[in-house]
Design a protein. Structure first.
Length: 213
């Protein structure tokens, strides 16, 4: 059994859109107003880990598709980079899907998809583990597409004879839209008090452009 390190280097991997949508359901925050660095620092303090990097991944709509959210994310991502966060973003791709409206009528709508974002995040977790750049990987997401990541990390830990942990952090509360973290990871529940204590009070919403839903 590998010896558990006294100082555990933790790196955050934010699935930006996943955290936003679950926080909106759980805590009624209607734009991505969390501060990734502050939230991660608070969790590391609670867990006794050394914060050793924050990485943020998200899809961003093209300006001609959605001027409001393009403007919001452009401003927020720039601020994150200036604050030392490594940012990875991709332009959203759109697919037409069939669904039903409130009257039960079948309609066709376009849905934005984050092509390549989840794959990049997963690859980076594995890459940093292989390079011995972390002891704890904290994935801020409830997306079960990441469930194979902890299996790969355990194999890396076995072959390198190291102690490595994978955790998933997610909003938790009575109104939460999902109650599980990523399978095969340690779950870190973020309650409303913790989330609200880690808000980014800068307003990145573009002025004069109506907000899209």
């Amino acid at each position: 059994m590998p010896e558990e390190p006294l100082e555990k280097r933790a790196v955050a991997f934010y699935d930006g859109q996943n955290l936003f949508h679950h926080a909106r359901a759980a805590f009624a925050h209607y734009h991505p107003n969390y501060d990734p660095v502050k939230l991660f620092d608070r969790i590391c303090h609670q867990q006794g880990w050394k914060p050793s990097g924050v990485r943020f991944y998200t899809g961003v709509p093209a300006a001609e598709r959605d001027a409001f959210w393009h403007g919001f994310w452009s401003r927020k991502l720039l601020a994150l980079r200036r604050g030392g966060v490594l940012v990875v973003h991709r332009t959203l791709k759109y697919q037409t899907v069939e669904t039903y409206d409130r009257n039960g009528q079948q309609v066709r709508i376009e849905v934005g998809q984050e092509k390549g974002v989840d794959v990049r995040l997963a690859l980076d977790v594995v890459r940093l583990a292989l390079a011995n750049q972390l002891d704890v990987a904290v994935i801020f997401s409830q997306d079960q597409d990441f469930a194979e990541v902890p299996e790969e990390i355990r194999e890396i830990a076995r072959t390198q004879g190291r102690w490595i942990k994978v955790a998933s952090a997610f909003p938790s509360g009575a109104d939460a839209s999902a109650y599980r973290g990523i399978d095969k990871t340690d779950w870190i529940r973020i309650d409303k008090a913790l989330y609200d204590s880690c808000l980014d009070h800068r307003d990145y919403r573009p002025k004069g452009i109506p907000a899209s839903k």
